[in-house]
Design a protein around this ligand. Structure first.
Ligand code: ZN
Length: 535
């Protein structure tokens, strides 16, 4: 297990990473997390609905297929699949659910290495950590201690032969995408059941993704050179600044929050650090060997390099210039422990952003994304972190209660959105994102109303400025998702499906009712007292 992990090949049994200590953010610490399962969620092992059953059957077929491809007899391959599933099911059973895992306090458990080893006698951390290239650390963070107690007891109760099979499976599965087309096809056949995808992703797209995922800041330099215009960076800085002003004004006007908490919220808002387009200092990947000889070896080299880079961050100051997404990524993020909002070059294009478009388009698109990322600092999870990134309460008890009542109402509203037959959005799983969208669109609208176009009523292409703002928001979320993929995302994705991200904030915004003259008999209508306002 130590070999697979410290070479970046696989993460059997549990997850391991190096990250900031969220109660002591200037320190990088080793962190252990629940893991060890091959399907995307614990539910697939534990639930008996037909979707879960189909996915379990496909997983078993996939395991048997990869083992037989490597010369294992059909009978033995079948027995292997059973042994692997038996281990993973027990690990799944010991995992917390995704909703439980969103609790930043519950999942913060600091142990001395000695104390943790007493809880898990089969897992002797003073021996494991050096094998993982982790030296001189006397404490460790564990997100789910009970999981490790169970994993430890399984090491005693399950025969060593079965653990060997389990590890072989990790090697096989991790290698399959980089082997010949027979192995790649076996992987696709399995993914097809999970996602519904009809034809394999073209090779050039798969390799582009791998390149981005492994040496993304080398690829990113080429991307930025060809596709990113410096003028867009200046325009983004102006948008971020206007959004920050609008956000401050909204916080000051909140009718449910005390002045004491408002002052803390404003201090946190002022401390957000924006990062736009690409890093100031590029990652150089020193020591990573890439050659034309072997694709598989290149991947192994990149995996090992990634692991060494990660453990190399231990004992050093927190690197605040590092980016968690690559430049070509069409996405953005908020990092609570760094209190930063990050917008890669990839998202600074249509439909999110167009330097030549009118303000309504940009504020309804990238403006709302900026507001969304800022609002993550104030969502049910992010709001537990202070301006300096520390997990530390800055709320009065009464304000926190009022916030939670509003957040619960929003969770119930999203629970009501049915996506596929009986499957509905999980309001608690997606709460942080939905608070982000609701706050984000409101603050973007407020910032838009401070612009010249926001104050005029001049139509473009037959639409008022407000209509164009809301249409731009909706355009961002046009997606086309296969039912199988949608079912998996409802379970695993903390974001609501695109169509509900589009309408989710709108039904709570008076300005949207006014812009499109939405009346009581319209399907999306909500009574004024049902409309939720948080930020
Ligand atoms: Zn988000």
């Amino acid at each position: 297990m130590n070999y697979l992990r410290s070479n970046g090949i696989a993460s059997p049994l549990y997850g391991f990473s190096i990250g900031q200590d969220r109660k002591n953010v200037e320190h990088m610490v080793p962190q252990l997390s629940q893991g060890g399962i091959g399907l995307a969620d614990r539910d697939y092992y534990l639930k008996d609905d037909s979707r879960s059953q189909d996915i379990r059957a496909a997983y078993s077929t996939f395991i048997i297929r990869l083992f037989t491809l490597t010369g294992t007899s059909a009978t033995k391959a079948e027995a292997n699949a059973k042994a692997i599933f038996n281990i993973e099911k027990q690990l799944a059973n010991a995992q917390l659910s995704r909703v439980e895992m969103r609790d930043a306090y519950r999942t913060y458990n600091k142990f001395s290495v000695a104390d943790l080893s007493r809880k898990t006698p089969m897992l002797q951390w003073p021996q494991i950590l050096p094998a993982l290239k982790v030296l001189g650390q006397d404490s460790i963070l564990v997100n789910n201690p009970a999981f490790f107690v169970t994993a430890d007891s399984l090491l005693q109760s399950i025969p060593v032969a079965d653990w060997k099979t389990y590890l072989q499976w990790y090697v096989l599965r991790g290698a399959a995408p980089y082997l010949n087309s027979t192995f790649v096809d076996a992987g696709f056949a399995f993914n097809q059941v999970i996602t519904g995808q009809k034809v394999p992703t073209p090779r050039w797209q798969r390799i582009s993704s791998l390149t981005d995922g492994n040496i993304g800041e080398l690829l990113g330099q080429l991307y930025v050179k060809d596709y990113f215009k410096p003028a867009a960076k200046a325009r983004m800085e102006e948008l971020v600044s206007n959004l920050r002003k609008a956000y401050a004004s909204r916080i000051q006007q909140l009718d449910w929050m005390s002045d004491a908490t408002k002052q803390k919220a404003l201090a946190k808002l002022a401390a957000f650090r924006p990062k736009i387009a690409y890093p100031d200092k590029w990652q150089t990947y020193d020591g990573l060997l890439i050659s034309r000889n072997s694709f598989f070896q290149n991947m192994r080299n990149a995996d090992a390099w990634g692991y060494n880079y990660m453990v190399g961050r231990l004992g050093k100051p927190v690197d605040r210039e590092r980016w968690g997404m690559t430049p070509a990524t069409v996405n953005a993020y908020y990092n609570a422990t760094l209190n930063e909002i990050v917008f890669p070059a990839g998202i600074l294009q249509f439909p999110f952003f167009d330097p030549n478009a009118d303000d309504a388009i940009n504020y309804g698109g990238i403006g709302a994304v900026i507001g969304h990322e800022m609002s993550h600092g104030f969502d049910d999870n992010g709001s537990k972190y202070d301006a300096d990134g520390t997990l530390r309460n800055w709320w009065t008890e009464e304000d926190r209660k009022k916030f939670e009542v509003k957040a619960d109402a929003l969770a119930r509203q999203f629970d009501g959105y049915t996506v596929l037959d009986t499957l509905h959005v999980n309001g608690k799983l997606t709460l942080g994102e939905n608070i982000g969208d609701l706050g984000g669109l409101n603050v973007a609208y407020e910032a838009f109303k401070m612009t010249k176009q926001g104050q005029s009523d001049e139509k473009i292409d037959g639409f008022t400025p407000d209509q164009r703002f809301f249409l731009s928001w909706a355009q961002v979320w046009r997606t086309n998702t296969l039912p199988q993929t949608a079912a998996q995302l409802l379970k695993t994705d903390t974001h609501s499906p695109g169509q509900y991200r589009a309408i989710g904030p709108l039904v709570n915004m008076d300005a949207w009712y006014k812009a499109f003259d939405v009346k009581e008999n319209n399907q999306l209508y909500k009574k004024p007292e049902e409309r939720i306002r948080i930020w």
